[in-house]
Every structure is written in structure tokens, then in C-alpha cells.
Design a protein. Structure first.
Length: 129
């Protein structure tokens, strides 16, 4: 058994398959999930697990070279916006409808139980060297 890190076997396996340039959508419970990407649904109850907790766990495991969020997060969810700004140096914003379209190109979608609006981010994997 693993000693730490991500213990969910489905998520750990999906992370191990990611490569440079692959995209990962970390989303709230209300984000529409497109057909195509592998989905690991962690949502249990409203707010559990939180977007913040899941994102922190993923950032401990992944090298991220860029991130994209919905511009609406700035006004509708300042806490999530502050979290994103504190987590990424390469963060860009697009309209929420555009983020939904971009999510179709994700290799992995990780759905949280987050119940606050626009707590979504599309990550682009980098390399550790």
C-alpha cells in the first residue's frame, strides 16, 4: 500500500499516464463533463472534497507549465481566483463557455465536490527536467 500522496487508485493511475503537454481539467461539481476524456469523479457531497484540497493534492504530484481559468471566477468566486493566482505563474483567463470547449481536449477530468461557482482550471502538464 502507498504511504502517502494520492491514495485514490483511479486518480493515481490516471496521473501516472500523463505526459508533457497533456491537459487536466480540475472542476467543480457543476461543470459539464465532455465525452472523451478519462474522468475521475471524486465528488461525494456538496463541498466534499473541495476544489482547493484536490488542486493541492494534484499540484504535489504534477509539473504544471500553464493553467487556464474562466474569467468569471474573478467576480463570482474571489477565493478560488486568489487560490489560482497564488498557485500558477502562467495563468490565463478565457470566457467560461470557451473553457468548456477547451475541456473537450483534456486527457483527464478530475471532478470535485466543490459547490462554489467557476472553481475550474485546465492544467497543462510540463516536465520535471
Amino acid at each position: 500500500m502507498k504511504k502517502g500522496g494520492i491514495l485514490n487508485r483511479h486518480l493515481a493511475a490516471a496521473i501516472a499516464e500523463l505526459g508533457h503537454g497533456d491537459r487536466v481539467l480540475v472542476c467543480d461539481a457543476g461543470m459539464p463533463i465532455p465525452d472523451g476524456p478519462r474522468v475521475v469523479d471524486l465528488a461525494f457531497r456538496a463541498g466534499i472534497p473541495s476544489f482547493e484540497d484536490v488542486l493541492a493534492g494534484l499540484l504535489d504530484e504534477l509539473v504544471i507549465e500553464a493553467a487556464i481559468a474562466a474569467q468569471e471566477v474573478r467576480a463570482a468566486n474571489p477565493a478560488a481566483d486568489a487560490l489560482l493566482n497564488g498557485s500558477f505563474t502562467e495563468l490565463s483567463y478565457v470566457p467560461h463557455e470557451s473553457l468548456k470547449g477547451l475541456s473537450a481536449g483534456a486527457r483527464l477530468v478530475v471532478r470535485t465536490g466543490e459547490a462554489r461557482p467557476y472553481a475550474n482550471v485546465l492544467l497543462r502538464c510540463g516536465v520535471f527536467f
